[in-house]
Design a protein around this ligand. Structure first.
Ligand code: SF4
Length: 481
């Protein structure tokens, strides 16, 4: 959005593009809004910010789309499947303008940034579109809905100082803190910079203020997110911005679990590791999307490093924190990835024994340099490579968890498990929110959501563990395998 990253001064006002919508603009009498939030936790935070902007203008958020006068779809366009889901959801919601109470359909998020020109033609029922940077105007925009002569140029909120969002869509005991928007990297497979622009970091003051507020609300786990968390503050002229931010969050000390997602491999500094090691509230967990380890594949991805430098990184992290839990993601089937490259990656997976691992088949994304790259690999082969790698990791994940049997660990209780109403779901520090790293099935099932209880690990599975809360009377029928 703002290639020069020059901040607030160039933001000013925007005139919001209006889709054709259908027929006369009906006045909004009930001011009820239903929001469908798609995509990643960063998009979820954006939805939470839109809720704040709407409630400030007297709109009421309702859970069901059938009863809402306004429907907002916060879209995702990360990969083809996500785009398809976003378009399908907009089309589905458009039906409520015919069959339901809906008078206004709004499209927001990454799909808007990338396809603003095409969308009105594709889904004429959409009344207006807001890209991520424009979402802060949604309250004003709807307040001036069908008001003759209403201004179309609306003030934007400076993304560096987004105010606190009182309403969160996560369970009350946990929250996401999006420390920056956009990305300065240019990975050849990635469309995110096309929809989110260059990195814009929030000011440390606005972040710390939010941390204090969330701590005051009893939040137990705060997950820091960005496209590249480790570059936090560089656009503010800071060095080691993330390490400094973490130190201050830890010093506030009101939130017991601080977790980091989306670190960039070459930006994991010794200073950051030192802060993670010595800060009691920072969970010994790090998510570092490596994408690949073979040098020539990384080169074609426009990412630094190779297998040896990646091994040195993992060694350096484990030297600092031997018990740290590591998560990563790999792309298989990138154009030009040879069988040797894939074997090099497989060998690394065997060597690294990551606690958590995600593998994605390469997705050919329009507008990215890899879209037209030679050496595209057939889908069947991409999926075969994914299956092989996930198979390797499954055995590793199980073996790692079997080493924990009998140990007592802290478990953050989430609430009833979807796997069985008789047990509770929880997470160990090595498990990030939203089930991406599996769950702890708490067989003793008594602790309230949001509490952190000491539990003994009874049984291990590749992605989950079964645990019993210390101090709860033992039930042999549940405890014996
Ligand atoms: S660092 Fe992540 S968000 Fe940024 S371009 Fe690369 S893959 Fe995309």
């Amino acid at each position: 959005m703002h290639p020069d990253n020059s901040g607030a001064s160039s933001l000013g006002a925007i005139s919001v593009a209006v889709g054709s919508g259908h027929g006369e603009k009906e006045p909004l009498t009930e001011k009820t809004v239903s929001i469908v939030s798609l995509g990643c936790p960063k998009n979820l935070v954006d939805t939470e910010n839109m809720i704040r902007a709407l409630e400030e203008k007297g709109f009421r958020i309702v859970p069901d789309t059938e009863s809402a006068e306004v429907i907002v779809v916060n879209t995702c366009s990360f990969v083809t499947d996500a785009r398809r889901e976003s378009v399908d959801t907009l089309l589905e919601m458009a039906r409520f303008k015919e069959e339901g109470k809906a008078k206004v359909l709004v499209g927001t998020g990454c799909l808007v940034s990338r396809y603003r020109e095409q969308l009105p033609g594709l889904i004429p029922e959409v009344d207006f579109l807001l890209s991520p940077l424009e979402e802060s105007t949604i309250g004003d925009r709807l307040s001036s809905w069908n008001v003759p002569g209403a201004p179309t140029a609306l003030p934007l909120i400076d993304p560096r100082a987004i105010p606190f969002r009182p309403k969160r869509l996560t369970p009350s005991h946990r929250a996401y803190l999006k420390v920056a928007e956009g990305c300065d990297h240019t990975c050849t497979f990635c469309a995110i910079p096309l929809s989110r622009g260059l990195q814009v970091s929030r000011t440390r003051e606005s972040l710390l203020e939010e941390v204090r507020q969330l701590g005051g609300e009893g939040v137990v786990e705060l997950t820091l997110i960005a496209q590249d968390l480790t570059r936090y503050g560089t656009d503010l002229g800071e060095t080691e911005g993330l390490a400094k931010l973490l130190e201050e969050i830890d010093r506030i000390g009101r939130i017991p679990w601080i977790r980091l997602l989306y670190a960039y491999p070459t930006l994991v500094t010794d200073r950051l590791l030192d802060v993670m090691k010595n800060a009691p509230t920072v969970v010994k967990y790090l998510d570092i999307p490596l994408q690949h380890v073979a040098g020539n594949v990384l080169k074609r991805m426009n990412r630094p490093g190779n297998r040896d430098s990646t091994k040195r990184l993992i060694d350096r992290i484990r030297e600092a924190m031997p018990d740290i839990a590591l998560r990563t993601t790999f792309i298989v089937g990138f154009p030009g990835e040879t069988q040797e490259d894939f074997e090099e990656l497989s060998e690394f997976v065997r060597w690294a024994r990551m606690d958590n691992l995600g593998v994605f088949p390469f997705s050919r994304e329009e507008g990215t340099p890899s879209f037209d790259m030679e050496g595209q690999i057939p889908a069947r082969e991409k999926n075969r490579r994914r299956t092989v790698l996930m198979g390797l990791q499954k055995d590793i994940a199980l073996a790692l968890k079997q080493e924990w049997i009998g140990k007592t660990v802290p478990v953050l209780i989430e609430g009833p498990s979807e796997q069985s109403p008789l047990v509770l779901s929880g997470r160990l520090p090595s498990m990030a929110p939203d089930g991406i790293d599996g769950e702890a099935l708490v067989l003793s099932g008594q602790a309230p959501a949001g509490s952190v209880v000491q539990c003994r690990i009874l049984r291990a599975h590749p992605y989950d563990v079964e645990v019993w809360e210390n101090g709860v009377e033992e039930d042999p029928s549940l405890m014996s395998s």
